[in-house]
Design a protein around this ligand. Structure first.
Ligand code: G6P
Ligand code: ZN
Length: 543
């Protein structure tokens, strides 16, 4: 095998964010850019000679090209085997499962998640470890450090691999297996959920619709929902993965999945509607006439998980990211299990899951998952909901209202201000942060501030500490306001403002969310001067 050593200079902007390195496609197309990052990953790892590497992506533009490059570089660097999803496709949770199941050393996941795709849109590369989860900060910091000094990459001269045929062959001194990306994952789902009960519910007329948003979950939905569960194929939308996601944002939120939302609120709505994002790890869950926020979904899934075979022995604990609402905390308290609050980013759940300190995790950013893999999992959330519905034999809206009646309702919303100038965003955060210690006791809107801080996470498993994970303002009576800057954007800065208010009284559980949160929204503006400092009159996205 011919291995070439190609000289390069470091690129200064290869710092992994919340979830790997994300940039516009033309940036990744800069000569040597993609290779420099992949080589920096390999250079930061030890002991992979002869081992297995999983490679897959969400099918977006540039996916196939980078897969070929990654295969050549894996061979040149001494991996013994690569597993690649057919068509270059592997949903993020399926990749996580495959890494675990195959005993791989790690995996490269090529995705920019819910960001748009296409020649001038977003691309991303993320490294996952042998646990199947995103590399922890210790590793991403080492990768970043390496990108600052890299001076060469190694690449094997092998022909393009035919990604469209499954099969095993050898090239460049390495075994290459192109595998069915769906089968193993679908089998895993069958071990967790009661497929007979779900099949019976669906055969009995329960209507399920799913929007794959022209992203990676199309083939998974066809196999699991249609073929194994009997969902009407006409109710599965946008099930063919496209490189540009049909020109849409594959982001299952109330803006980008508005058509689904509108239908679910109409008289002729199906019983259950869901969508997933670019790489299949996020979920949107809507019942006929009722939208379930991701924070509520986490709480409700945790409260009912024991109804699914995979969780029949109960939960070891629950974990949520800090900005996620406290709804799940109330469930943990009732169940008498541990509750963990981590920084934003699925990687922070990894240690807790590995140590058996929690079973179910979730984030306000539409991610829910469990210890079955080490990524959040969109279809898993859909299936757990369907399993619960099949056992409880109640409508979504009844289950949701029952939950609120038992635990109280936590009104929750996030306001995003996208693509604002980085300096302006930093100044807003700095101004707020410098005044935090004086806030206790202050009156804003109709609320009184109880305390405020910048969130620091102490990992209870490995003792690592993560500072500056978001500014929190707690009000008397249990309302909370959180400010942080997104770590996943590719242009400018995105300010996220998270608001919540707990309402125990069932007679007040039917308010419109923004109205119910009005005092907290007003407090956010007063405290952070969002309009003045961002120059924006209103949020870009409200979820
Ligand atoms: C990705 C990560 C999530 C995280 C989300 C939002 O999807 O996998 O864990 O919650 O990004 O991150 P951001 O930094 O944009 O708020
Ligand atoms: Zn995603």
């Amino acid at each position: 095998m011919m291995i070439r050593t190609v000289k390069i200079s470091p690129f200064p902007d290869q710092k992994p964010g919340t979830s790997g390195l994300r940039k516009k496609v033309p940036v990744f197309q800069t000569p040597g850019y993609t290779e420099a990052f992949i080589q920096s990953i390999f250079d930061s790892l030890d002991g992979f000679k002869g081992e297995t590497l999983v490679i897959g992506g969400d099918g977006r533009y540039y996916n196939r090209h980078v897969i070929q490059t990654a295969i050549r570089m894996a061979a040149a660097n001494g991996f013994g085997r690569v597993l690649v999803g057919q068509g270059g496709i592997l949903s993020t949770p399926a990749a996580s499962h495959l890494i675990r199941k195959s005993g791989a050393f790690g995996g490269l996941i090529l995705s920019a998640s819910h960001n748009p795709g296409g020649p001038t849109e977003d691309f991303g590369i993320k490294y996952n470890t042998s646990s199947g989860g995103p590399a922890p900060e210790k590793i991403t910091d080492a990768i970043f450090a390496r990108t600052g000094e890299i001076d060469r990459y190694l690449i094997a001269e092998i022909d393009d691999v035919d990604l469209d045929q499954t099969g095993t062959f050898e090239a460049g001194g390495m075994v290459i297996e192109v595998i069915d990306p769906v089968a193993d994952y679908a089998d895993l789902m069958e071990t967790l959920f009661d497929f007979d009960a779900m099949r019976a519910m669906i055969a009995g007329g329960f209507k399920v619709t799913f929007d794959a948003m022209h992203a990676v979950t199309g083939p998974y939905a066809k196999e699991i929902l249609v073929r194994r569960l009997g969902v009407n194929p006409e109710l599965i939308y946008n099930a063919t993965p496209l490189e540009d996601f049909g020109g849409h944002h594959p982001d299952p939120n109330l803006v980008h999945a508005k058509a689904l939302f509108d239908w679910m609120m109409a008289d002729d709505a199906p019983d259950f509607g869901a969508a997933s994002d670019g790489d299949g790890d996020r979920n949107l869950i809507i019942g006929k006439g009722v939208f379930v926020t991701p924070s509520d979904s986490l709480a409700m899934l945790a409260a009912n998980a024991h109804l699914a075979p995979g969780y029949k022995d109960g939960l070891k604990g629950i974990a949520r990211s800090m900005p996620t609402s406290g709804a799940a905390d109330r469930v943990a308290e009732k169940l008498g299990v541990e509750m963990h609050e981590t920084p934003t980013g699925w990687k922070f759940f990894g240690n807790l899951l590995d140590a058996g300190r929690c079973t179910i995790c979730g984030e306000e950013s539409a991610g829910t998952g469990s210890d079955h893999v080490r990524e959040k999992d969109g279809l898993w959330a859909v299936l757990l909901w369907l399993n619960i519905l099949a056992v409880r034999k109640q409508s979504m809206i009844d289950i949701v209202h029952d939950h609120w009646a038992s635990y109280g309702r936590t009104y929750y919303s996030r306001h995003d201000y996208e693509a604002i100038e980085i300096d302006r965003a930093n100044q807003l955060i700095q101004a707020l942060e410098s005044g935090l210690s004086d806030l206790a006791g202050r009156q804003v809107a109709s609320l009184t501030i109880e305390r405020a801080d910048s969130f620091t996470y102490h990992d209870p498993v490995d003792g690592s500490v993560s500072h500056n994970q978001g500014l929190r303002i707690f009000f008397e009576g249990g309302s909370r306001l959180v400010f942080r800057l997104s770590g996943t954007g590719t242009s400018g800065a995105t300010l996220r403002v998270y608001m919540e208010r707990h309402e125990p009284d069932p007679s007040r559980h039917d308010q419109e969310t923004q109205a119910a949160l009005a005092p907290v929204i007003e407090a956010a503006e007063t405290l952070a001067e969002i309009r003045k400092r961002t120059g924006r009159e209103a949020p870009t996205v409200i979820t």
